[in-house]
Ligand binder design. Structure first.
Ligand code: 13P
Ligand code: SF4
Length: 331
């Protein structure tokens, strides 16, 4: 078997030889991340990959991200070294989405009064349903802006799949939110959330924040909005991946900060005074599935004319999911 050094050399040879762009999310393993031609958070990756013109996009990330590239640019060939499904995205499919809409209808809220928004961490089938109902996609970078625009239509927002992101934005904007099935009368909420969550970002607790504040008085706490509202309420800064990077890298080098987001990213952020907020390592298992060897294997397969793990989306899903994604990009 090849060493990492040999794999890197071979990957670089394929990069020169083939019409490929390697795309890597910030949560990827360091050695994979370093191979990326385009790196970023989910919004940056969606936008920059759309503008890229290589024949093949080799997407190192989780399934919904590769799928979003294919939806936005159906003529590109998208392959993934590992088609790993984000735990949150797998919490809702098109059928569960329909059942959730029905729960709103049963509470006396007709479809005309519902504006659905899906976090980009969702399957193309869910994005298509949302697009068909006049709704759109958001990411953690633009969720507040998208929700502000949506509220101008005077409708109730159905937010899927992440209850934390939905509730955190509602709290930030002084709006009332609830989670379907939590016993609240759905008519009383401005933002009605589906009960999905990210298992990695649930690892951070209020006790972790108290521990660090006691140990290092003056430490700042910075977290991703996929963390529970109880955590976000107590944090000094809440932001998407790119917003966290900007906030933390611009801090005084002597300022201590404890960060509540995925380990691989936190680990390469800043040489010192940067701590992982939880006591257990917050690694995203699916993001970590992609290895250098997987990346090498898909490039080799492209070179041999038999691409592996190619992403396909059926025509009607593609059409409506694209509309939902483009409504976001237009804003
Ligand atoms: P970003 O939109 O911040 O890249 O987040 C993606 C993600 O999966 C966070 O867990
Ligand atoms: Fe999905 Fe959470 Fe992993 Fe992000 S960190 S890809 S939301 S499981």
């Amino acid at each position: 078997s090849l060493s990492n050094k040999e794999l890197i050399e071979k990957i670089n040879e394929y990069k020169k030889k083939l019409s490929v762009t390697i795309v890597a999310h910030f949560y990827q393993r360091d050695e994979v991340f370093e191979m990326g031609d385009i790196t970023g958070d989910s919004l940056e990756l969606a936008m920059r990959t759309k503008a890229d013109d290589a024949e093949f996009v080799v997407f190192c990330g989780v399934g919904f991200m590769g799928q979003s590239v294919k939806v936005l640019s159906p003529n590109k060939r998208v392959v993934m070294p590992k088609v790993a499904c984000c735990a949150m995205a797998s919490m809702i499919d098109a059928l569960q989405y329909d059942n959730t809409v029905k729960a709103l209808n049963d509470a006396g809220i007709p479809n005309e009064n519902i504006l659905p928004i899906t976090y980009i961490n969702s399957d193309a089938g869910v994005k298509a349903k949302v697009g068909e109902m006049g709704g759109m996609v958001c990411t953690s970078s633009n969720a507040k802006k998208i929700i502000t625009t949506a509220l101008e239509e005077g409708k109730k927002i159905l937010f899927v799949p992440d209850r934390c992101l939905g509730q955190n934005i509602a709290n930030q904007m002084g709006l009332k939110s609830c989670v379907v099935g939590d016993g609240t009368d759905l008519n009383e909420a401005d933002i009605i959330c589906f009960d999905g969550f990210c298992s990695v970002h649930q690892l951070f607790t209020v006790e972790d924040i108290e521990f660090y504040r006691e140990k290092y008085p003056g430490i700042l706490i910075a977290v991703h909005p996929e963390c529970d509202p109880a955590i976000c309420d107590k944090a000094d800064f809440v932001g998407s991946t790119s917003q966290l990077i900007k906030y933390i890298t611009e801090l005084d080098p002597e300022q201590k900060v404890a960060v509540g987001t995925e380990f691989n990213m936190v680990n390469r952020l800043r040489p010192k005074n940067t701590y992982v907020l939880s006591s257990t390592k917050p690694e995203c298992p699916t993001m970590n599935e992609t290895t250098l060897k997987d990346l090498y294997d898909v490039l080799k397969a492209i070179d041999e004319g038999e691409p592996l793990n190619e992403i396909h989306v059926d025509e009607s899903t593609q059409k409506w999911a694209k509309i939902a994604l483009e409504r976001m990009l237009e804003l």
